[in-house]
Design a protein around this ligand. Structure first.
Ligand SMILES: Cc1cc2nc3c(=O)[nH]c(=O)nc-3n(C[C@H](O)[C@H](O)[C@H](O)COP(=O)(O)OP(=O)(O)OC[C@H]3O[C@@H](n4cnc5c(N)ncnc54)[C@H](O)[C@@H]3O)c2cc1C
Length: 249
């Protein structure tokens, strides 16, 4: 298939060597987690490589490499016909290769300095559990959301109005004009359930809603939820999780 090498980047050492630039059409597939996606972006910026985003499938049509990715929160898939050159993408372990496509391991590693990911900001897009806060909350509630997210290994997101109110930094904003997240579970607290917010949440996410208004639109599509006042309920959740943690340690 037109000389493509498709290499899976699994290991990035402290002093790696650059990939040769004369190695022909090359697709480098980084892990689809916070660190892999950050490195893929930085590598592309440093080398001018084309970026395909997060792939769900790789295949070929004649001599062409076809990379499939999802769009609009997993509601659509797009087949990208990839022009030969240096190309980067990310994928989970289970990226599905069809036909003659085989994923090799990158023998040479990338010349990038690693910056440790010290907080949750980079984790949001890769988190399996996202705890989202909306306009219905206050600063104390957002502190509790952070504690809850830490306890379950998740990350905190926010709606646009919550960001506008200064309850969370813009780097946490999810939605049409914010980030896209694709967790397994999305706990939405004090959010009404607008399409502009949920355009940023992948279709696979199981949504659990906490809202004091039992007629809030979010209860029309959440899988589970409770009509509760978050200011009274979140301290109980945070305490229960803290108790569980101390009982197990
Ligand atoms: C072009 C465009 C782009 C946009 N992009 C985005 C985007 O990227 N992301 C985004 O989020 N929005 C975006 N918006 C804004 C969007 O239209 C909504 O205004 C926003 O999503 C609503 O956020 P919310 O659910 O936090 O607030 P609201 O709709 O005001 O809902 C607040 C909810 O909190 C509940 N509540 C109140 N107090 C409590 C309490 N004590 N306990 C429990 N529940 C409580 C209320 O019952 C209510 O349902 C965009 C809008 C436009 C026009």
């Amino acid at each position: 298939m037109n000389g493509w090498q498709i290499l899976s980047v699994t290991c990035i050492g402290p002093r790696p060597t650059p990939l040769p630039t004369d190695s022909g059409p090359t697709l480098l597939v980084f892990p689809a987690d916070g660190e892999g996606e950050a490195l893929a972006g930085r590598y592309a910026a440093a080398t001018g490589a084309m970026v395909l985003g997060r792939l769900t499938q790789l295949g070929a049509e004649g001599d062409e490499l076809i990379a499939t990715r999802s769009s609009h929160g997993g509601r659509l898939t797009i087949d990208l016909r990839v022009t030969p050159g240096l190309v980067v993408a990310t994928a989970h372990d289970h990226v599905f290769c069809t036909g003659s496509i085989q994923l090799g391991e990158a023998e040479t590693l990338l010349a990038l300095e690693q910056t440790p990911l010290s907080d949750q900001k980079m984790k949001l897009e890769a988190a399996r559990i996202v705890v989202g806060g909306g306009r219905g909350l206050d600063a104390d509630c957002f502190t509790l959301l952070e504690q809850i997210a830490d306890a379950v290994g998740g990350a905190v997101a926010a709606s646009l109005p919550a960001v506008d109110l200064g309850l969370a930094p813009v780097s946490r904003q999810v939605g049409q004009s914010g980030k896209f997240v694709n967790p397994e579970i999305y706990l939405a607290v004090g959010m009404s359930g607008t399409p502009q917010h949920f355009a940023g949440v992948g279709a696979r996410a199981r949504i659990i809603a906490l809202n004091k208004d039992r007629d809030a639109p979010i209860f029309g599509f959440a899988e589970a939820g409770a009509a509760v006042d978050a200011t009274a309920f979140l301290p109980l959740v945070a305490k229960a999780l803290a108790d569980m943690e101390s009982a197990s340690s």
